[in-house]
Ligand binder design. Sequence first.
Ligand code: AMP
Length: 448
Amino acid sequence: MSFSNLGLSDEIIRAVTELGYTKPTPIQMQAIPAVLSGSDLLAGAQTGTGKTAGFTLPLLHRLSSDKNFKDTSNGYSPIRALILTPTRELAAQVEESAREYGKYLNLNTMAMFGGVSINPQKRLLKGRVDILVATPGRLLDHVQQGTLNLSHIEVLVLDEADRMLDMGFIRDIRRILSLLPKQRQNLLFFATFSDKIKALAAGLLNHPKMIEVARRNVTAETVAQKVYKVDRDRKRQLLAHLIREDNWYQVLVFTRTKYGADRLVKQLGDERIQALAIHGNKSQTARTHALAKFKNGSLQVLVATDIAARGLDISELPHVVNFDLPNVPEDYVHRIGRTGRAGASGEAISLVSADEYPLLRDIEKLIEQRLPFEVIAAIGANAHSKPEAIPDASKHRPRPQGDKRPARSTAKASPQTSGKQSAARTIIGDKNSSGSSSGLRRRVKRDR
Ligand code: AMP
């Protein structure tokens, strides 16, 4: 199967070929014909599957080959396609993809999001915009100010719709829907299915085609997942140690709070590890700057709250670290989906303290998989202290039905459902006299 078999125009095929795409991904094989047929679509796609091209390529084809299209507004064409995304970063990324895929077509794209001045956006809207990629809040600001006309939208795409609902955008989405023409094509993309998505789809879509390329809530097989059980106050030291000892570069680290992200950046800086943070309290300029540096490889560590977990495409990102586990188990799947994208392999490491064991249990339940773990027994500044064993999470966890084996003892690895040997070991954190983490010693203890 090639892109030309899917009926896309030569201009589009030329653009994707230049980007190195040789054949469509599974979501593209299904989504492209469905969108070209003109029907509504409900599509579940795991992160990193190529879903952006899955809806953008047929959208570009449809808009560029509509010979009946008439310019009905005064002097310039009206906006014909609207793509809504939950975050500014994703809006920028999708618009950039649409621009690249459509570079040989006579179509204009525009990204619209908050946190930056509205005036340049107003100026752009006075010119020709065919495809608008927007976050809901700023879009409604433009509507309020009378600078945006959505009455000619032919295609609506809700990208990462589940995230938009999680972020409380449902009222904004309803308002935006009320501004669109009744007759239009609707494409709804979600990463994690939920009852909320079901309800949104029921109200929005008209006899949709349904596609789902990956099982719900599963993690990409190309991502090696690992858990380090460690005292909360040792996490920073362990992270710095891993980054240094394993020579990690391009590490995306997730924290639960904005404050935690800022604090970690400072602490890593104290260890001479270059890091920047992106989260909702940072200016858009700072967010864009940090992300650009991280993407082009000139920033070693990017610390992010879940704002960055969805949709961001950083090619061949090798390491994702959960410094804190997310409160919502689905976010774990999205966070680690930043690595192992488009078939590349990656590593996702979670630093889990005892208070997070219930969260770990929820994650394992969601992904239907027990995660291999290593226990990090830390010694305090006093070199004579004994290693502290950290209680085994499997003791807190309901045992699988039918599991008759005796309960396992403390500090041993939980059995993996795959039956592979578990990777339990103990890393002894032995602070050197200066108190830095550089003196960490590893002791490997196989438990069977
Ligand atoms: P997405 O899931 O849309 O964020 O895409 C993930 C990554 O896959 C992006 O870097 C795309 O450039 C890349 N990609 C999308 N489609 C293809 C394809 N057919 N062949 C190779 N790479 C692709």
